[in-house]
Design a protein around this ligand. Structure first.
Ligand SMILES: Nc1ncnc2c1ncn2[C@@H]1O[C@H](COP(=O)(O)OP(=O)(O)OP(=O)(O)O)[C@@H](O)[C@H]1O
Length: 764
């Protein structure tokens, strides 16, 4: 059904020879190519993602120039509505990306924080226009930086400060106020810092294909609210259609009319200043393939680097800050440098468990143009392929990092130390296992790998947010690489991208539940959100004892608020099943499982569990496993520790685990719910890989032994018969061993496949 095509590799942009190691590793000489397809009329005019994006950028520049002319002598460089690119006239000299400007080649992801630099001193900016040679329009920005640093205050609360600033100085009156300039002028409000985890949902418009198939837009967003409703059409056995409404509340919900600039302002802009304060910030997009992750993520780093450069050039002028860019992808569990012709990278952990990406090239940049060039180069080199849902799907996780460094004494001569980092991750599209059946083998393997890493990422976020001692960073390469972005003083923004068409309903709900899961465990959540998001997911618990959660399908339903009835295309009545949310000042509503606990007399439930822990102490997630697990009580399986020394031990270990899984078959998918189980699964995989490796080593030993005997036999005067007999007996013994090895290998392979299916299923 789906045209699953893996387009041929396109030579990496950027010149130079070598490289390509990564390409061969992914099979078939690499799968990277340009994006070539869009369902949108605007995009379809351009032939590639890069050019598409360039088109967006240049039109943004054009608009920006026009706005500049409009504003005339305005003293603000950046126009709020078009922050993607600075006005051409204000650009600095293009960076020359000579190798001499490269970093040593090893990104020490953990080097900072070990020896913190002293806080920078505030340098007052000059008032005189002429002193700001690079950006002449920014003379008045000195007024916008009344404080030495912005520690502890978010952009969100800049409004109030600005008014007082204006009162004091009367400088900005009458000028358009960019949120950036406002933010520069604020001191962090300790009571309202930038949220540690922020979850934003972005809905894309229906595309041409969906419109031509007359698909309905099933996602409605209340204007100026952070509420979103998914209208799911369901069919009863008697062909009566009814509608289930799933309501969600997130930190922000952005509809199809929201521009990329607005997305930036809502998501990344608030965290940009924090990276000057030794914070590691991460922004990632999550969602179904084709839901707009790349579309959303691609413009963000450029706009962010523009803001970073502005801060470096003005607020932190002459303080020795430097900006570095690196861009790599994780494909099939391996790392490739997107700015160095996809050369393969190694991840190493040092004695202090600090992760280093060996060979990753970092470019020091000082102009937006050079950053743009690097980003374009990296994007063009990314691995993409075609899935049923997206002609040009990102099949890798792409990670672009903007690293702020500073030389110890502010001088350029000494090596700079990392101060903060902003990582942008365009995650590969999440897929349901069921959707991958139409894909080719390679695409399915990619899908399983992608899903595994997404699950691991979620587990880490959950563990971090619930302050668990152990964070399962080793769950995947993705989480290993991102480890330092999550520990210590970190900020995470997750942008969940959703497709609005009815055909994507299940995906959309899965994405929203993933997002809800990430957010709902956040301690910073207010009760309104906790309640709303939690209750939103309870709709499928149709046996919920709360009347407000029951589907209203009776005849008198239409007289009740929130119900309706209309004819469907079969001429049968369509009933609408609505989830009516109780008032927000109530505590969150218990799921069926939780309410069972209430019925059982666990009166302290609400007090103790607040949506975090189920009565048995498990970390229960009704949203992700809405069906089966409600029927079967699930018992957590404790991970076992093994001391594996020999091949046999490893075999036994795997066998034990297999038996255990076999015995518990049927509940295994549910068993993936906790971190423990993820660990068991991952541990098993690790053991399988190790056992496999040992088998190979053993086979090599056999061959070596045979060679030795042959060499011995080849000596003059030796009785060849003796050696031939010896060789034969060894060979026949070893042949049995090899057959055994092969059988076990096949068994391992099956287990690995099963594991992948389990992980895919767990993701929905
Ligand atoms: N908000 C939006 N407005 C207009 N077009 C959009 C929007 N979001 C996505 N699109 C278009 O939808 C198509 C798919 O988007 P995109 O490639 O970003 O999806 P994706 O989630 O990155 O997919 P995958 O995970 O498969 O890489 C593209 O043609 C893109 O231009």
């Amino acid at each position: 059904m789906n045209a699953v095509g893996r387009q041929s590799g396109r030579p990496p942009i950027g010149g130079g020879g070598g490289g390509g190691g990564g390409a061969s590793a992914v099979g078939g000489g690499g799968v990277h190519h340009q994006r070539q397809y869009s369902d949108y009329s605007l995009d379809s005019s351009s032939s590639s993602g890069s050019s598409k994006w360039l088109h967006q950028l240049y039109s943004s520049q054009l608009q920006q120039q026009q706005q500049q002319q409009e504003y005339g002598r305005m003293n603000i460089n950046r126009v709020q509505n078009h922050p993607s690119t600075p006005p051409l006239g204000s650009r600095q000299q293009r960076d020359s990306l000579s190798p001499s400007e490269l970093s040593p080649g090893i990104l020490d992801l953990h080097s900072f924080d070990t020896d913190l630099l002293p806080l920078h001193q505030h340098h007052r900016l000059h008032h005189n226009n002429n002193t700001n040679d690079d950006m002449p329009g920014l003379a008045s920005l000195d007024n916008a930086f009344p404080f030495s640093h912005v520690r502890g205050r978010s952009f969100d609360d800049s409004e109030s400060y600005l008014s007082s600033t204006n009162k004091q100085t009367n400088r900005n009156v009458g000028l358009p106020e960019t949120s950036l300039s406002r933010s520069f002028s604020v001191e962090k409000d300790k009571t309202n810092p930038v949220a540690k985890i922020k979850v934003v949902v972005r809905k894309r418009p229906l595309n041409r294909k969906e419109t031509s198939k007359k698909e309905e837009d099933i996602v409605s967003i209340e204007p100026n609210s952070s509420c979103l409703t998914v209208h799911e059409t369901k069919l009863k056995v008697d062909l009566t259609e009814y509608e289930e409404r799933h309501e969600f509340v997130f930190d922000a919900v952005l509809d199809e009319d929201v521009s990329n600039d607005e997305v930036y302002r809502e998501t990344v802009e608030p965290i940009v200043p924090t990276i000057f304060q030794r914070t590691k910030a991460t922004c990632f997009a999550y969602g179904q393939t084709g839901s707009g992750k790349t579309y959303t993520m691609q413009p963000l780093p450029l706009t962010a680097s523009q803001d970073i450069l502005t801060m470096m050039n003005y607020k932190y002028r002459n303080q020795g800050f430097q900006l570095f860019v690196s861009f790599f992808e994780i494909y099939g569990g391996k790392l490739y440098d997107l700015l160095n012709e996809r050369s393969k990278l190694c991840m190493r952990e040092d004695g202090k468990q600090q992760v280093c990406i060996v060979g990753l090239q970092e470019y020091r940049v000082s102009s937006v143009d050079s950053i743009k060039e690097l980003i374009e180069r990296g994007n063009a080199t990314r691995s993409t392929g075609t899935t049923g849902a997206n002609e040009e799907s990102s099949r890798s996780h792409a990670i672009l990092q903007l690293v702020i460094k500073r030389s110890v004494d502010g001088s350029e001569s000494k090596p700079a130390r990392v101060i903060g980092k902003l990582s942008f991750i365009d995650l590969a599209g999440s897929e349901r296992g069921a959707d991958t059946t139409d894909n080719d083998k390679q695409t399915r393997i990619e899908g399983a790998e992608i899903n595994k890493s997404l699950l691991a990422l979620k587990e880490c976020i959950r563990a971090l947010d619930s302050d668990q001692g152990h964070i399962p960073f080793r769950g995947s390469k993705l989480t290993e690489v991102l480890r330092d972005s999550f520990v210590g003083d970190s900020r995470t923004v997750m942008i969940s991208c959703i497709s609005p068409n009815s055909g994507s309903c299940e995906h959309t709900l899965n994405t929203l539940r993933y997002a809800d899961r990430v957010k709902s465990l956040s301690k910073g959540n207010n009760s309104k959100k906790e309640f709303s998001t939690a209750s939103s997911n309870l709709l499928e618990s149709t046996t919920s004892p709360l009347s407000s959660m029951l589907p209203i399908t009776s005849n008198f339903g239409s007289s009740l608020a929130g119900t309706g009835s209309e004819a469907n295309r079969f001429g049968l009545s369509k009933q609408i099943q609505i989830e009516v949310s109780p008032s927000f000042n109530m505590d969150r509503v218990a799921s069926r499982r939780e309410s069972d606990s209430l019925c059982n007399g666990d009166v302290d439930y609400f007090k103790n569990h607040r949506g975090k822990v189920c009565p048995t102490g498990e970390d229960f997630d009704s949203s992700e496993y809405p069906y089966e697990q409600e029927k079967r009580p699930w018992k957590p399986v404790k991970p076992e520790t093994y001391t594996l020394s020999t091949v046999d031990d490893k075999m036994k270990c795997s066998d034990v685990m297999m038996r255990r899984k076999d015995m518990s078959s049927g509940v295994e998918i549910n068993g993936l719910r906790t971190e423990d189980d993820l660990n068991v699964l991952l541990q098993e995989e690790e053991d399988l890989v190790t056992a496999h490796r040992m088998q190979v080593e053993e086979t090599i030993d056999i061959v070596k032994e045979e060679m030795k005997i042959l060499a011995e036999a080849d000596q003059p005067g030796n009785h060849l018969d003796k050696y031939i007999n010896k060789l034969n007996s060894i060979l026949s013994q070893k042949a049995v061993g090899i057959l055994n090895l092969q059988a076990r290998l096949a068994h391992f392979q099956r287990r690995l496949n099963e594991n992948n299916v389990l992980v895919s299923s767990a993701l929905g």
